[in-house]
Design a protein around this ligand. Structure first.
Ligand code: BG6
Length: 527
């Protein structure tokens, strides 16, 4: 491996060492969490808010109001949150002061009078706290409740924004945005009944990951990549989101969703567009999202009449991960014993434009695989002519550029070098930028970034409805065909938990250059 010395930031940047473009500081606001007694609040939202508070990034004053059906007093809510956050650690320093900003109000999601009570109660709290009427409604509830909550908030007058001035109201929803194109449009219409587009923040937590954002910087803040980022030099692109975890306690949701809705309609499509988009003319929310949308528009309609050559779907059986026996999907609690829900999918897609014509993009995601690995891998073409063909044969391993997102956040360029010695032998070498070794590791959960951006009103990292609909338009026929086709059971390939997925012994990278159909696909690259 080649070592790189990282210059201090001030050596390369006109900005002072360690500084970044100032994004502003959020104005005082109230954060109302719907679904405050649920899992998402305890696991992600509250820890992120507390972490922002400890980093002095929460506005002051800031008021956090939890709402849910459970009857808690303010103090009970504070205690429940404290237990959730510090179950395994005693480091609750700062909690009591933070918790003084927490309040709770019982709410019945389909009862208008409950929302009218909320409107009155919230105004009183705001007056006391001095948050000036700026409000965020975070819907940390099952997606089936989005529509009615958005409507009720509107009917109770809670979506209004006074004209002019700097008082705003925002609503945050998290994927899934519908379960097909029709339901996505329906949900959008419900949100828009009382909220304008600039008030709606559709979260995809992948976009808040440091390395995912770094794809844009790598591509467009360096002159060396863009000239070769196209069909002339790129052979294929693999985007992988492999997980070692199974569905766990989310079986109820997952049975209905499956991997195509759970990972492809959102995270995989975002990674695809970041990799394939044209350079935006400026770094603002709409310009960047316009370019992404152009990628979705250029997706070649999927050949649904030839699924077996373009799509693999699988489901995990019992197996062993990290030395522990794990159940098969059908044995998970809440899963039907003859479920046909896919927990793994690999698909080959094409983008029909000048840049990418003919370049396959392999998208792969699955649960209960051998390990967690999220990465984007650009495989370049082999050298056009090998001067070494008489010595080492026809092929020279092609260069790859790998953007590692998880577990390691790093960028690796692999290339050929001469193996030291008398004879001509090649060996691959890696040039690596690893956040960990750079002295500046990504800090904070993706949810911290998401919450910060909602407070700042920056929609860059959030889905715009046109993107959501285009992705659904692409995926809906695939999902419909998978779910309807008479050979649904035959399509599903079973794989052992802890393996590389269906097939599982040859890696995609070995065949990628010449892979013209999926019939010889042998599993995800997990090295
Ligand atoms: C979520 C999916 O959106 O992303 C989960 O619903 C999945 O099924 C998760 O496990 C993966 O996120 P990450 O950040 O762990 O890669």
């Amino acid at each position: 491996m080649i070592e790189i010395n990282y210059p201090a930031v001030s050596d390369t940047s006109p900005l002072p060492a360690g500084s970044c473009l100032l994004e502003g500081f959020p104005a005082p606001c109230a954060i109302v969490i719907m679904g405050a007694s649920g899992d998402l609040t305890a696991r992600k939202i509250m820890p992120s808010l507390f972490s922002l508070y400890k980093k002095k990034l929460l506005p002051d004053p800031c008021l956090i109001l939890g709402c849910a059906r459970t009857a808690y007093s303010d103090d009970e809510f504070r205690t429940v949150m404290k237990k959730a956050l510090f179950a395994s650690s005693k480091d609750a320093e700062g909690w009591e002061e933070f918790a003084s900003r927490l309040y709770y109000r019982q709410i019945f999601y389909d009862d208008l009078s409950s929302y009218e009570g909320l409107a009155t109660g919230l105004s009183e709290l705001e007056k006391k706290a001095g948050t000036a009427g700026r409000r965020i409604f975070y819907l940390a509830v099952p997606p089936s409740l989005y529509e009615s909550i958005a409507l009720m908030l509107g009917e109770a007058g809670l979506s209004r924004e006074p004209e002019g001035g700097d008082v705003w109201t925002r609503i945050v929803v998290e994927k899934p945005f519908g379960r097909d194109i029709e339901t996505a449009r329906h949900l959008d219409a419900a949100l828009h009944k009382h909220f304008a587009e600039h008030q709606i923040f559709r979260i995809d937590h992948y976009l808040a990951k440091e390395t995912v954002q770094n794809v844009l910087i790598l591509r467009f803040a360096n002159a060396i990549f863009e000239p070769i980022w196209n069909r002339r030099y790129v052979d294929n692109v693999s985007i992988t989101a492999a997980e070692s975890l199974g569905v766990g306690h989310r079986a109820g949701y997952y049975e209905e969703a499956g991997v195509l809705r759970d990972m492809f309609q959102n995270h995989m499509m975002q990674l695809l567009s970041l990799t394939a988009m044209d350079p935006p003319s400026q770094f603002d929310a709409d310009t960047v999202r316009d370019e992404k949308v152009r990628v979705y528009r250029s997706l070649r309609p999927f050949p649904v009449d030839d699924l077996e050559n373009h799509l693999i779907v699988g489901q995990y059986k019992a197996g062993v991960i990290d030395g522990n026996k794990v159940p098969g999907y059908r044995e998970e609690r809440g899963v039907s014993p003859d479920s046909l829900t896919p927990t793994f999918a690999a698909m080959k897609v094409f983008i029909d434009n000048w840049r990418w014509q003919g370049v396959p993009f392999y998208l792969t995601s699955g649960k209960s695989l051998a390990k967690k690995l999220t990465e984007i891998r650009i495989q370049f073409k082999e050298v056009p002519h090998s001067m070494l063909r008489s010595i080492i044969g026809e092929h020279i391993t092609a260069n790859t550029l790998t953007i590692g997102i998880s577990p390691e956040e790093k960028i690796t360029l692999s290339f050929q070098t001469k193996n030291p010695g008398m004879r001509i032998c090649l060996r691959s070498a890696d040039m690596e930028f690893c956040y960990e070794g750079s002295g500046k590791t990504p800090s904070g959960d993706a949810y911290e970034k998401v919450l910060m951006d909602v407070m700042l009103g920056d929609q860059m990292l959030f889905w715009r409805q046109d993107g959501v609909e285009l992705c659904w338009s692409f995926l809906t026929p695939i999902i419909a065909e998978c779910e309807a086709c008479s050979g649904r059971a035959e399509m599903l390939r079973f794989y052992e938990a802890g393996s590389k997925g269906p097939g599982g012994f040859r890696q995609i990278s070995e065949t990628a250059g010449t892979l013209s159909s999926f019939s010889d696909y042998r599993g995800v690259r997990l090295t």
